[in-house]
Ligand binder design. Structure first.
Ligand SMILES: NC(=O)c1ccc[n+]([C@@H]2O[C@H](COP(=O)([O-])OP(=O)(O)OC[C@H]3O[C@@H](n4cnc5c(N)ncnc54)[C@H](OP(=O)(O)O)[C@@H]3O)[C@@H](O)[C@H]2O)c1
Length: 343
């Protein structure tokens, strides 16, 4: 890697952007190589970066001059505008939003699943990463695919913490919880209904003329792109539910394998993946929970079960750190690998 390449983090004030800075600090990237960018709302805000301070700049086309890598942790509407500008300025671009996930001209990369794409030839300089839920599902299904000769389908209920909606989602749950405990009826802004002491079976907007939300449709599409490139086609579908926790998405997953999956063998298969941590001793109260996940780069998996009437179905519960593993780490790992490509 060229040690002098400048890196721009766009969306640095956001839930994912702050985790990106933390991951870059862990990788030893000095503050002099960084530009921390956001919207004009954040101009001159200061962020701590180890012992240094980064001053936020508003993002303009000039922001990408002399920058080798642009990490976009911005809403899809902003990424759609900024990615081509950064690409035209000669930078590699990795985008965390949904803007390019369905675009066949833009590689979809999960660095723990298909890192080889980052060294291969592809059109343009923009790379997209999957959503937090898709990346967790693919990471869980991949070792099961390998061990059991294939996965037919996976049915999922994703219980998504409010940080999935960024800083405004976190603020809304804080405010509503405090308000409701003081008997004040809250107003809903970031979510379609009150989220304090509630569950909302809608995360993000619905697809046009469809009963599926964009979040849910994204799991099916992204898994098809990632597994499809290997000639494998598990069908992934389910329900996204917004839940009143802050960080961490819980996933109740039922996987149909090609052959019966004894629990011991399934556990052994999941343990082979460095992307996963198996927490599965339920009688000792050991299983994945959002309160255990913050900052863990591994996806937690547990509560493994089968039932005799349908032995090829495996049930499990998983938790992913949505902002870290499910967003920032994929962004940073993909970006730093792109910088290792020969010039
Ligand atoms: N949250 C998650 O769990 C998660 C996981 C994976 C992927 N993602 C994706 O990552 C992206 C960021 O999500 P988030 O949760 O971090 O959102 P967020 O907390 O709302 O942060 C959004 C960031 O984007 C900046 N921004 C907004 N419009 C901009 C513009 N026109 N130009 C430059 N910067 C702009 C904001 O700056 P200001 O502070 O100045 O407004 C803020 O820094 C989204 O596309 C999301 O879908 C999120």
């Amino acid at each position: 890697m060229n040690e002098n390449v400048r890196i721009a983090v766009v969306g640095a004030t956001g839930v994912v952007g702050r985790e990106v800075l933390s991951a870059l600090l862990d990788q030893g990237v000095p503050s002099e190589r960084l530009a921390a960018l956001a919207s004009e709302r954040s101009e001159a805000v200061e962020l701590e970066y180890g012992e240094d301070t980064l001053e936020l700049e508003k993002t303009t086309p000039e922001s990408f001059r002399g920058v080798g890598l642009v990490l976009l942790a911005t809403p899809a509407s902003a990424s759609r505008k900024l990615a081509p500008v950064a690409q035209a300025a000669g930078a590699w671009v990795v985008d965390a939003s949904s803007a390019f996930r369905a675009d066949g001209n833009v590689p979809l990369v999960l660095p723990t699943f298909n890192p080889e794409v980052l060294g291969a030839t592809f059109k343009g300089r923009i790379v997209s990463i999957p959503s937090a839920v898709s990346s967790a599902l693919v990471s869980i299904i991949a070792p099961l695919q390998k061990a059991f000769g294939g996965v037919v389908r996976a049915q999922v209920t994703a219980m998504m913490g409010v940080s999935s909606a960024g800083v405004s989602g976190v603020g809304e749950l804080e405010k509503q919880t405090a308000g409701l405990l003081s008997a004040r009826e809250p107003e809903a802004h970031a979510f379609p209904h009150r989220i304090g002491f509630n569950l909302v079976p809608q995360v993000g907007p619905f697809m046009a003329n469809s009963p599926w939300t964009e979040e849910e449709a994204g799991w099916t599409l992204e898994a098809a792109r990632l597994f499809g490139a290997r000639g494998e086609t598990p069908v992934i579908a389910g329900t996204a539910v917004q839940v009143p926790t802050f960080y961490g998405h819980g996933l109740s997953v039922h996987v149909q394998l090609k052959v019966p999956a004894p629990v011991e063998q399934a556990r052994a298969a999941l343990k082979t993946s460095p992307a996963l941590k198996v927490l599965d001793a339920p009688t000792e109260k050991v299983y994945p929970m959002p309160m255990l996940i913050a900052g863990d780069p591994a996806i937690h998996v547990g509560r493994l079960r089968t039932f005799p009437q349908a032995p090829e179905w495996l049930s499990l519960f998983a938790v992913v750190d949505n902002a870290g593993r499910g967003g920032a780490l994929n962004l940073v790992e993909a970006g730093l690998r792109l910088l290792q490509r020969p010039a």
